[in-house]
Design a protein around this ligand. Structure first.
Ligand code: DGJ
Length: 731
């Protein structure tokens, strides 16, 4: 039993393998947060103090005790209107426009299995294997008839607790939801740092660590997408925590639209950590009988440093967010046409690329942007998903057959949520875009966003896409999305404050239908590179293009930052040409290969026909090496051994969960003078065991490796890389 309730104290205890979470419905019916930390028995109500420090803080009318204030007490679901002046999870208005509510505990339910969410992605459980349970805690505002069901999913083996909320109007009047966030952790004391992930197009998820002071540290997205700029992942940790020591808490939002994540140091040195929907352009009316679901947040805790938070996220997302046959299947090594040809290709040049690819062991060709309608540049034709047979020199089926005959699978690129002004679809349905009447819509990459909140728009896209996917043996689809949503006006809606949220429901509905109809297609997410790299998209597609930046050295930081919240199995990473198209850097092809093999969705993105034979030899060898290590990369425990931002060597490691095999990779970033020897210190090996490094045959004692490490070759030049494969000797 992972969830228990004690009637006498009204304390709920949620337990996972190594964590305990506790909350209490207090005598007034307010739900107080007690504890989220190392697994323990007993009641932690003693942590909450009611000392007379809240004399000037608001006190609920019926409590009438000046030592009691929700402005001080740690809470589970803080809401506007009860005297907590900190940042709430919920803000509502009634039909008269009055702000505020008064939510009190009315009951609970414990169910076997993990809850699902209508229309939204969420962690799922295999009930028998996972021992998952759901707790529903009901809070009600009697005046409004507002019911809030707090949902807690306990995944004991994953050390994960999820949260979401269903907000229902059971009253007689309209209620407007102005803010609906999903998760909050209140800490009564502690010296913390917050780790967030900022960036921009082609430089996503740069890690940023700050001490938490007084006031708020907030990141988020107002872009209608989780964004290239901030990732919906936040880690709070002890000020002194390292990768492998100290306490750390993580939140990871299972949603692909706008979000806000915040950490606030409060007046009494308490800390609030919260995450959920952004309030930007959000104002969601609920008529009697209607409900709104606040999307899911995955939470995890580690008392063994930050890397365990990441490892818990990895396991959870890889095995209980990603779905379908590709979840556990090695991904084909692919060659993508984008950086090879951009828009400038024909059926013939693609076949030649596939021919060369097949000789090098590459398993799939992806035809990126430019294959449909009049699309010869990025100014036109989005929305018209008809094959340009003139350009391809025949039908899609003929092209795919030729590629397949070479032993190479075939995939293609789409960007269905968008429309170009210069397109048949836009000429026919100008009212199908998100645009404010009378105002010139803001363009992004010269394109407009289709109104996916409308069923007829989704129906049209579904039909167009099926018509393409049914024409040929399509085994992979790259789903791109290249701009943010600025003009939030749907001609089909009376309440524009619903549009951004309803857009996401529409997108998820379309994706649900497509992945159900094409269970064998491997879908890869993309959004101007990694602009929608979130657990929401990973529910529909098991991998995402990590960034448009394919420079191996920049990628080390991008992938390092991405690894805090997401598994390697989700990271699309390709070897591209040098000098790099974005920053002009030259990096040896061996380093490009090792850097790209940090992702579990490995491939190439360059014109193979232009490469000298020596480079082709490298590629052949890389593909072979990748197959040897891919299951360790895709499913192993990941360790960030050093930081590409702070250390002269960036090293990382994967270890199989049974400790049998490990892969350690390192890239030298700097050399000063003749250089000093650099040591890499692996973690996660089996104590007491011996490991053989497979290329050199050298045998190492695991304890010494994990204590003093091993030296990298002193001759390793700047931007050069090495990879070591270790196997435990169980003799
Ligand atoms: C942006 C993506 O990130 C690229 O990989 C490529 O697919 C282009 N779009 C195509 O327009």
């Amino acid at each position: 039993m992972s969830i228990s309730f004690d009637d006498s104290t009204r304390v709920f205890t949620l337990s996972t393998r190594s964590t305990t979470y506790q909350m209490q419905a207090d005598p007034y019916g307010f739900l107080l947060h007690l504890y989220y930390g190392a697994r323990t028995d007993g009641y932690m109500a003693y942590l909450v103090t009611y000392a007379d420090r809240s004399g000037m803080c608001g006190c609920p009318y019926d409590v009438h005790d000046r030592t009691y204030s929700l402005d001080v007490l740690p809470q589970e679901f803080p809401f506007q209107g009860a005297g907590d002046m900190r940042s709430p999870l919920l803000s509502v208005r009634d039909a008269s426009g009055a702000f505020g509510c008064d939510l009190r505990y009315v009951g609970y339910e414990i169910r076997p299995g993990k809850y699902g969410l209508p229309g939204l992605p969420a962690v799922y459980s295999d009930d028998e294997a996972d021992g998952a349970e759901t707790l529903v805690v009901r809070l009600r505002d009697a005046r409004l008839g507002l019911m809030v069901e707090l949902l807690y999913g306990v995944m004991p083996e994953l050390d994960v607790i999820t949260r979401a909320a269903r907000i229902k109007n059971e009253g007689a009047g309209r209620i407007t939801i102005d803010r609906a966030q999903s998760a909050c952790l209140d800490f009564v004391h502690g010296e913390f740092d917050v780790i967030s992930f900022y960036g921009r197009h082609a430089m996503e998820r740069m890690p940023d660590r700050h001490p938490v002071g007084h006031g708020s540290f907030s990141v988020g997205s107002r872009r209608g997408m989780s964004s290239n700029q901030y990732s919906p992942v936040l880690v709070l940790c002890d000020h002194t925590a390292t990768e492998s020591t100290g306490r750390a808490w993580g939140m990871n939002f299972v949603y692909s639209g706008g979000f806000e994540a915040q950490v606030t140091g409060e007046q009494f040195d308490q800390t609030r950590f919260q995450m959920g929907l952004s309030d930007d352009r959000f104002s969601y009316p609920l008529e009697p009988g209607e409900e709104l679901v606040a999307p899911e947040v995955i939470m995890t805790y580690s008392d063994a440093g930050i890397e365990r938070v990441s490892q818990n996220f990895h396991r959870c997302i890889r095995t209980r967010v990603c779905r379908g046959m590709w979840r556990d299947t090695p991904r084909p090594v692919l060659i993508n046409s984008w950086e090879a040809f951009y828009f400038d290709f024909t059926g013939e040049s693609l076949v030649k690329l596939a021919e060369k690819a097949s000789k090098l062991g590459i398993e799939m060709l992806v035809m990126d942007d430019g294959w449909f309608s009049t699309r010869r540049d990025d100014l036109r034709a989005l929305g018209d998903w008809t094959v340009n047979e003139g350009k391809l020199g025949g039908t899609l089926a003929e092209l795919v057959e030729r590629v397949n005959a070479l032993g190479v699978k075939f995939g293609l690129w789409v960007e269905p949520e968008m429309v170009s002004e210069d397109s048949e679809l836009y000429r026919e349905h100008p009212d199908w875009v998100l645009a404010v009447p009378g105002k010139g819509p803001v363009l992004g990459r010269d394109q407009l966003v289709l109104d996916l909140s409308r069923p007829e728009v989704r129906e049209n896209l579904f039909a167009q896409l099926c018509a393409v996917f049914d024409q040929a043996n399509i085994e992979y689809v790259k789903w791109d999305y290249n701009r943010s949503i600025v003009d939030t006006y749907s001609r089909a809606s009376n309440d524009q404050g619903k549009v951004l949220y309803d857009y996401m429901l529409g997108l998820y509905d379309l994706l649900d239908r497509l992945v159900a109809r094409y269970p064998k297609i491997l879908f890869e997410g993309c959004s101007a590179g990694g602009g929608r790299f979130d657990a929401g998209m990973l529910y529909y597609m098991p991998q995402i293009w990590t960034s448009d930046n394919t420079d191996a050295i920049n990628r080390l930081t991008i992938q390092y930052g991405t690894s805090f919240g997401f598994p390697a199995s989700a990271m699309g990473a390709h070897v591209s040409a040098c000098p790099n198209e974005i920053n002009g850097r030259d990096v040896p092809i061996s380093t490009r290969g090792i850097a790209a093999m940090q992702g579990g969705a490995f491939g190439y993105e360059l014109d193979l026909l232009e490469l000298p034979e020596r480079a082709c030899e490298h590629i052949r060898e890389q593909v072979r090496r990748y197959h040897e290590i891919e299951s360790i990369v895709r499913e192993g425990l990941f360790f960030r051994l050093s930081s590409p931002k702070q250390d002269p060597v960036c090293a990382w490691e994967y270890v199989t969960e049974d400790g049998l095999r490990a892969v350690v990779s390192a890239v030298r970033l700097e050399v000063e003078g003749y250089g000093v020897a650099s040591y890499v210190v692996p973690r996660g090996l089996t104590p007491g065991a011996r490991y053989r490094e497979l290329d050199s045959g050298v045998v190492y004692p695991a304890d010494a490796l994990m204590d003093m490490g091993f030296p990298l070759p002193v001759t390793l030049e700047a931007n050069a890389a090495v990879m070591y494969r270790f196997e435990r000797m169980d003799d």
